[in-house]
Each structure stands twice: as C-alpha cells, then as structure tokens.
Design a protein around this ligand. Sequence first.
Ligand code: 5GP
Length: 146
Amino acid sequence: MTNNGYDSDNIFAKILRGEMPAHKIYEDDQTFAFMDIMPRGIGHCLVIPKAPARNILDANTDALASVMKTVQLVAKAVINAFSADGVTIQQFNEPAGGQVVFHLHVHIIPRFDGVRMNPPASQMADQQVLSANADKIMAALTQLQG
Ligand code: 5GP
C-alpha cells in the first residue's frame, strides 16, 4: 500500500520555505535544485518541484515535466562542471521503493568510468566542499544558459 499523504514538515519543504539551509544551485518558477547533504559521489544534487508532491505517484504532471526539464539542464551542467563520463538519474517512491524524504525529488549523480557510487546516506559531506561544488555547477549552468 502506498501512503499518498504529504507532510509539509518534511525536510525539503523546510528547505523550500527557507527554514533549513541548503546549497542551492538553481531555481525557477516551478523547480529548485540543491546539493545532496550525503552525496553518493562528487556533485550529487537533487531537483524538486516547488509544488507539494509526496512522490511521482501524486505529482501533478506539469510539475513533473518541469522537474525533468530542470533535471536535464542540471545533468548537462554537472557533466561539464566535473568533467564526468556519465550521469546517473535516480528517483525513489515510497519506503519500499527506497524513498526516505517524502517530497518528490530526482537525484543527479555525476559518474566516472570505473568509480562506484557511495552507499546511500553513508557520510555527511563537508559544508565547504558542498559549497565549492555548488559554485562549480552554478558556473556550468551559467555557461549553458549563456
Ligand atoms: P531518497 O528519499 O530518494 O532515498 O533520498 C533522500 C536524499 O536526501 C538522500 O540522498 C539524502 O542524502 C538527502 N538528504 C536527506 N536530508 C537532507 C538534508 O537535510 N539536506 C539535503 N541537502 N539533503 C538531504
């Protein structure tokens, strides 16, 4: 059974309201992107809709489309920012699907030939490293949008 409830006190809702800090990399009318605090690799970031949605099962299709548009943009940016060989896009739904935070989000993880991803939620990143990586992604986004 899925639980379609949206809890507006989830951590990403708090980040959207500015009640919790985050290393923001991108924002538009519908979406927000920021660094994952426990990265599975260098440059791991997340894209979320601004509209409340628990996951892909209850999301408005327009919000979903906006999220994927931002995912494509940020995926290109992380490849450029870190000279990555590829990028892994992940999205989990409900606890059985691996979801831990219940505001729809898409993971963007730069990948390098022969390098494995860290296990999920294995280690908190250094804030300065996250900040420096966010700066690199934002610079790459500026170039792409230029
Ligand atoms: P999922 O719900 O798809 O399994 O993953 C949730 C993701 O959110 C994890 O990769 C985790 O590291 C990340 N995360 C959890 N809490 C926070 C937080 O407070 N800030 C940020 N930036 N990321 C978080």
